[in-house]
Design a protein around this ligand. Structure first.
Ligand code: KG4
Ligand code: ZN
Length: 345
């Protein structure tokens, strides 16, 4: 049974995992930097890179010890090589290079988005290609047709903010702290989702993409006019965001070659209301629905190790020791650029 060591350090989670080819997560460690960044209301790249540099090596040692494996026993070392905050990516990728060199094992440079895109297959062995994927995280908001390992067709992206970013900004406006997604979800449980009239940007539009900037501005106005309770704003925001997601997915499912499954991945996929809405959409469309457990939705290293397994299993080559860290790295290089200043791959 093959073992891949995965390393993730592209944002504010330092993570290491040892994953077997039968999908067993043999050992894993994850350290979040919420405390370090809380005072700034967002991730500070320099602080993130330093924290990764301090924590990563002991975490790797601990995972190898817990898994009772030597470097030479590994099938490969897989590390996120982008996209993300470049300082953090470099810490993880350079560590992986050193480990691969020392153990004389292959290095696999993983696109972080590919890690998210294949994470549902780590959790669900029955999930087959092709599938429609909603990838929703703090930095990305895309609909992809996942055709196979290394084969991703981007159908839609955001023309401004990512969905997780919209949750984080709403949390900030409501004074809920960082990271905002889970806090907005908790507060929304106590509110009335119909209480605050909020826009649904691009709903019904003929173009396939997402937009959340107008929704965020409307949340700010609702907060500032003082007429609404925070829980009602949180609940109304969450419903508006979900309405946008469902509309955009309907549009995408009409446009693409048929798939049998609707799949969600990325940090926002941890949100129970989002998951329920997607499950309903899948049922209406006669599709199976697949979502990884919340621990595999937010950033983690098991998905990076798993992407390494998947790439090697289909015969994709390992990477050379001089492979570069990439701050930007679109999953679908052939995707058309879209309008908007804040487009992120
Ligand atoms: O995938 P992820 O951990 O990191 C990126 O690659 O960006 O996603 C983090 C994002 C953050 O914006 C966070 O607020 C959001 O996912 N998130 C949530 C929930 N948990 C995390 N958003 C809504 N509801 C949640 N329960
Ligand atoms: Zn991520």
């Amino acid at each position: 049974m093959g073992l891949v060591l995965g390393i993730e350090s592209s944002c504010d989670e330092t993570a290491v995992a040892l994953v077997a080819s039968d999908r067993t997560i043999v050992a894993q460690k994850i350290a979040s930097q919420d405390e370090e960044h809380a005072a700034y209301g967002g991730v500070v790249p320099e602080i993130a890179a330093r924290a990764h540099a301090e924590r990563l090596a002991p975490m790797i040692a601990a995972v190898l010890k817990e898994g009772r494996v030597a470097l030479a026993d590994l099938d490969a070392v897989a590390a996120t090589a982008g996209p993300g905050l470049i300082g953090g990516v470099m810490v993880g990728l350079v560590s992986a290079k050193a480990l691969a060199m020392a153990g004389e094992v292959p290095l696999v440079a993983i696109n972080h988005l590919e890690g998210h895109a294949l994470s549902p297959r780590l959790a669900d062995p029955s999930l087959e290609f092709p599938y429609a994927l909603l990838l929703v995280s703090g930095g990305h908001c895309q609909i992809l047709r996942v055709e196979g390992v290394g084969q991703y067709r981007r159908i839609a992206t955001t023309i401004d903010d990512a969905l997780g970013e919209a949750f984080d900004k709403t949390a900030k406006i409501l004074g809920l702290g960082f990271p905002g997604g889970p806090a907005v979800e908790r507060l929304a449980l106590q509110g009335d989702p119909k209480a605050v009239p909020l826009p649904r940007p691009l709903v019904g539009s003929g173009e396939p993409h997402f937009s959340f900037a107008g929704l965020k501005s409307a949340v700010l106005r609702a907060r500032e006019n003082g007429q609404h309770a925070p829980e009602d704003i949180a609940a109304s925001f969450q419903l508006a965001a979900i309405d946008c997601v469902i509309d955009r997915l309907r549009h995408a499912l009409d446009a693409i070659d048929p798939v049998r499954s609707l799949v969600v991945a990325g940090g926002v996929a941890a949100n129970a209301s989002v998951r329920t809405a997607l499950e309903d959409l899948a049922e209406n469309r006669g599709l199976t629905f697949s979502a990884p457990p919340p621990s595999l939705c937010t950033d983690n290293a098991a998905m990076i190790a798993w992407a390494g397994h998947e790439r090697l299993a289909v015969g994709l080559p390992a990477d050379p020791l001089d492979v570069a860290a990439r701050p930007r790295w679109p999953l679908d290089p052939a995707a058309e650029p879209v309008r908007g200043a804040g487009v992120k791959g």
